[in-house]
Design a protein around this ligand. Structure first.
Ligand code: ATP
Ligand code: MG
Length: 424
């Protein structure tokens, strides 16, 4: 019988790698916390209809990437593993009447998302996102603030070679007029479009603009630009967002092909791409979605948000820097019955005093335990043998200098402040 392996498109995040994940999470938590964003945790699965309505049936995500199944129990309702975070957050915002708290709700989330896609570097079937949603502000400053925070997070992680692309997709009416013009432009080329794009011509023609097909891209170059179809309000909002980005010192380019995959976006759309990722270059995508809360049955509420793909961020961090070192204060080696039981006690007391300590449980010869101590990355090694156990003492050895001294266990515990200073 073969061994069971992780499913295609899923991965284990092993302890060696998890430091990167923790760093990304800590950075986002800090930066978003400072901007008064509050974390929200919503379920991993939701009613399928939430995503059908919230993302739109004409999108790839709903059309072919969702993991849906029938629930158990009486009504056997269709359930979907969330493919993205916004729909669930908005459902929760409505269901829990967060709008009744008044003012602007600034929310963020982190967690796994699921899409049935062809796995490749930076594209998985279970992947992770950090995302933000600001609900209740139509002010273009909210758009600029959201973008600035995404840029802050990426820069604080030390990432370089990033580009911000922005565009405006206007309001529903603007888009309707644009859609018509685009279809008129593309229809004569229909036979030259790839199968996917031909299919989109009726269902979701804006998506053709971000096709990866070479010929389609050439054709798209001369397509009408949505910016020329914006009403005066959307145009002025777009100009204000740009002015604020300039004031904030955030450089950007206008990308006329940036229309985003999801239907509920209005006005600002943006993407942050990296030069160092190959085909899966987009690390962050977002924009304004003033239509969604109402579409899902809530009060008419403007909103803006973004989502970052963590796998892609981690790939970039791994290229950039050495592993974040695991910090360990003590490695405790012991041998002999009494020594081993004293060691466990001493370990717990030092941990209570705030030190990190790894207790060697192998019972093997001292030489082997010392080798592991050296490899552990600990600052100091503690040694307890028969003699130390008999006298209630312990050997303290600083691993960098090799300096070693014997002391009573009581003295060691009494001088924790001094030890802490030596370790800092
Ligand atoms: P792409 O064009 O790469 O498929 P998308 O438009 O489908 O991206 P969004 O729905 O905007 O992506 O999701 C935001 C971010 O989440 C993306 O920019 C990317 O970093 C990440 N992401 C999306 N799908 C995946 C996936 N299957 N695996 C890993 N990361 C993903
Ligand atoms: Mg996608």
């Amino acid at each position: 019988m073969g061994t069971i392996q992780a499913l295609r498109g899923t991965r284990d995040i092993l302890p060696e790698e998890v430091g990167y994940w923790q760093r990304v999470e800590a950075t986002a938590r800090e930066i978003l916390g400072r901007a008064a964003y509050r974390e929200i945790r919503t379920p991993i699965f939701e009613a399928t209809s939430l995503f059908e309505r919230g993302i739109g049936e004409a999108t790839d995500v709903v059309g072919k990437e969702m993991y849906s199944f029938f629930g158990r129990g009486e009504n056997k309702q269709s359930i979907t593993l969330r493919p993205e975070g916004t729909a669930g957050v908005v459902r929760s915002y409505i269901e829990n009447k967060l709008h009744a708290q008044g003012g602007v709700q600034r929310l963020w989330y982190i967690g796994p998302m699921f899409r049935y896609e062809r796995p490749q570097a930076g594209r998985q079937r279970q992947f992770h996102q950090i995302g933000t949603e600001v609900l209740g502000s139509a002010d273009p400053r909210a758009d600029a603030e959201a973008i600035a925070l995404a840029v802050d997070i990426l820069q604080s992680l030390g990432l370089r070679n990033l580009h911000l692309d922005i565009n405006s997709v206007g309001n529903g009416e603007d888009r309707q007029r644009y859609r018509q013009a685009l279809v008129e432009y593309l229809t004569p080329y229909k036979e030259e479009l790839d199968a996917d794009s031909q299919d989109r011509l009726d269902r979701n023609p804006l998506r053709i603009l971000d096709s990866k097909d070479k010929r389609v891209r050439e054709i798209a170059l001369d397509a009408p630009k949505i910016i020329d179809y914006l009403g005066s309000e959307s145009k002025s909002k777009f100009e204000r967002v740009q002015k604020m980005l300039l004031d904030l010192g955030i450089s950007y380019e206008i990308n006329h092909r940036l229309v985003r995959g999801l239907d509920y976006y209005t006005d600002t759309a943006f993407e942050i791409q990296s030069d160092d990722l190959g085909a899966q270059a987009t690390v962050c995508g977002g924009g304004r979605y003033d239509g969604l809360v109402k579409e899902l049955g809530g009060p008419d509420t403007p909103a803006v948000g973004w989502a970052m793909g963590l796998e892609r961020l981690i790939l970039l961090l791994q290229k950039l820097s050495e592993k974040p070192a695991a910090a360990l204060d003590f490695y405790l080696v012991s041998r002999g019955t009494d020594a081993e039981s004293q060691a466990l006690l001493l370990a717990q007391k030092l941990r209570s005093a705030g030190f990190s300590l790894e207790l060697d449980l192998s019972g093997s010869a001292f030489g082997k335990q010392f080798k592991r101590a050296d490899k552990s990355g600990a600052l100091a090694c503690l040694v307890l043998g028969d003699e130390e156990a008999a006298n209630q003492t312990v050997q303290l050895k600083w691993l960098a200098s090799g300096e070693q001294k014997a002391m009573t266990q009581a003295d060691l515990l009494a001088t924790t402040e001094e030890l802490r200073r030596q370790m800092d």
